[in-house]
Design a protein around this ligand. Structure first.
Ligand code: 5RP
Length: 219
């Protein structure tokens, strides 16, 4: 039986809840993360609360009666659960389709394990078919765009303002043969806040929803 993409997202969200034990949970952003929040609500008595990677996630958590903690008020967390736009067998991810990449990377950095929840359409041999989101300080927009062209990309300004008050350039056509190097190179450009490559800190566990069930891949 073939499941819809939404059904697969829901199934993988249900699978991720098995990893929720206690304490504070780091929560990502996007439609898959939203399904996870809805599942988390069913076990909210097991946990103290959550740290949110976006205003939208914080709002949804609160709507379910889950306390949202300031990241600076806590001392790390066991797991961070989030979706991705693309992920490889090396657990390198491309993220930021929802524009929350910077806060996602910050919250993830504070977690022992990054649990990536995806449907199988996100599992790719090489990153970069999905345009790479880069969060940029507004005054640096043109400068950063020119540098991204030098790296072989075609940046496009997204009609969007991030939770941090910045802009997003979606970079098409990049050859991301070495995601760790590309992540570092783009972060070196003055005016870049973060880019959507999550390779220096890859996922630890990938839960991949397929038509044959949710597969668990560990690094
Ligand atoms: C948001 C993200 C999301 O994880 C990514 O865009 C996947 O979203 P979805 O679960 O809606 O497919 O990085 O910034």
């Amino acid at each position: 039986m073939a499941f819809s993409q939404d059904e697969l997202k829901q199934q993988v969200a249900q699978a991720a809840v098995q990893y929720v034990k206690s304490g504070i949970i780091g929560v990502g952003t996007g439609s898959t993360a939203n399904y996870f929040i809805d599942e988390l609500a069913k076990v909210k008595n097991k946990i103290d609360g959550a740290v949110a990677s976006s205003e939208a996630t914080a709002q949804r958590l609160r709507k379910h009666g889950i306390e949202v903690f300031d990241l600076n008020a806590i001392d790390g967390m066991d797991i961070y659960v989030d979706g991705a736009d693309e992920i490889t067998e090396h657990m390198h991810m491309l993220k930021g389709g929802g524009g929350a990449l910077t806060r996602e990377k910050i919250v993830a950095a504070n977690a022992k394990d990054f649990i990536c929840i995806c449907d199988e359409t996100k599992y790719v041999p090489v990153l970069g078919k999905f345009p790479l989101p880069v969060e940029v300080l507004p005054m640096a927009k043109s400068y950063v765009a020119r540098q991204l062209v030098k790296l072989g990309g075609q940046p496009q300004l997204r009609d969007f303002t991030t939770d941090n008050g910045n802009i997003i350039l979606d970079v098409h056509g990049l050859n991301i043969a070495n995601p760790i190097e590309m992540e570092a190179n783009i972060n070196q450009i003055v005016g870049v806040v973060t880019n959507g490559l999550f390779a220096a800190r890859p996922a630890n566990i990938l839960l991949l929803a397929t038509n044959d069930g949710v597969k668990t891949i560990k690094k």
